[in-house]
Design a protein around this ligand. Sequence first.
Ligand SMILES: [Zn+2]
Length: 67
Amino acid sequence: TVDHIVPIAYDSTIRADQGNLATICRECHRLKTQWEQYYYGTAQNIAKKDVTEIHDIHRIVVLMHQK
Ligand SMILES: [Zn+2]
């Protein structure tokens, strides 16, 4: 799966930024999407949060396994 490191649901201006893309397996993508909904507030019907965009994949991996 090709993943947007910072979700475009949070920041649509980076849609075409190739530096924001990473390959990721399905299970990690599922976990990351859950983390994004919590961290960025990108789940449907809730307000997006005003947070720092995290571009460091290694930091994201740590964070998405913490919950
Ligand atoms: Zn994986």
